[in-house]
Ligand binder design. Structure first.
Ligand code: ADP
Length: 209
């Protein structure tokens, strides 16, 4: 059989992906900020929660996700990074994300020190944006509203919400000390989305433009 020779259409990128990490408890506005920055700045916003929710519920990975997310727990680290890696490769191979000219805005990953270590081979972290909302009551209120709008199962159950907040405190906040403090920028995320965006742009404009 003769094959058509036009085979160099798949982009390959072997370097580390320039990344900006979005940190914050559930409901702090990581997704909203990620969407603003990606659409206005032509960066690539990638949410690990969105990747997981897009998995077919019948697939082995999808079943595993539902098992953990349904209890407000994190999916095990190695599987998480493996799924993420395949997904990112797919984005590059299909010309949806261009690492040579786009920053990767990572929302929700890494969430543990182990994930951060596993990702080190693939990404170069240029900055961390930490969205701070010190009062759990504000977060719970936002998540209840999101549950109605987006019909997310894990936002509808108060017990699951509280478990996710606890996991953020116990497993994700210690991860911040894994990075040099000079890379960390903290923002008051109790403000409106536009006010948060304004503060982020004021501080990080040189990196984002
Ligand atoms: P939120 O930030 O509001 O908790 P996400 O949409 O980021 O919500 O995540 C939803 C669920 O997906 C999490 O509760 C967890 O089960 C799973 N998940 C997302 N990202 C990760 C990750 N980096 N590691 C492990 N599990 C994750």
């Amino acid at each position: 059989m003769q094959c058509n020779k036009e085979s160099r259409v798949i982009s390959e990128y072997s370097g580390q992906l320039r990344s900006l990490l979005l940190f914050g408890p559930p409901g702090s506005g990581k997704g909203t900020l990620g969407k603003f920055l990606s659409s206005a700045g032509n960066h690539f916003h990638l949410s690990s929660g969105d990747i997981f929710r897009g998995l077919s519920p019948e697939s082995p990975a999808g079943k595993l996700y539902h098992l953990y997310a349904g209890r407000g727990l994190l999916v095990p680290d190695e599987v998480t990074v493996e799924i993420w890696r395949h997904y990112v490769h797919g984005l590059m191979a299909t010309n949806r994300y261009f690492p040579e000219r786009q920053l990767l805005l990572l929302d929700g990953i890494p969430r543990t020190v182990c994930q951060a270590r596993l990702l080190e081979a693939h990404i170069c972290v240029e900055r961390l944006i930490v969205l701070e909302v010190p009062k759990p009551a504000i977060l719970l209120e936002r998540l209840r509203r999101r549950a109605l709008i987006e019909k997310r199962h894990d936002d509808m159950d108060e017990g699951i919400l509280r478990a996710r907040m606890e996991v953020y405190q116990q497993e994700t906040t210690p991860l911040l000390s894994h990075y040099p403090s000079a890379l960390i920028s903290r923002f008051d995320a109790t403000q409106t989305p536009l006010e948060v965006l304004r503060d982020v742009l004021k501080e990080l404009c040189p990196l984002l433009t």
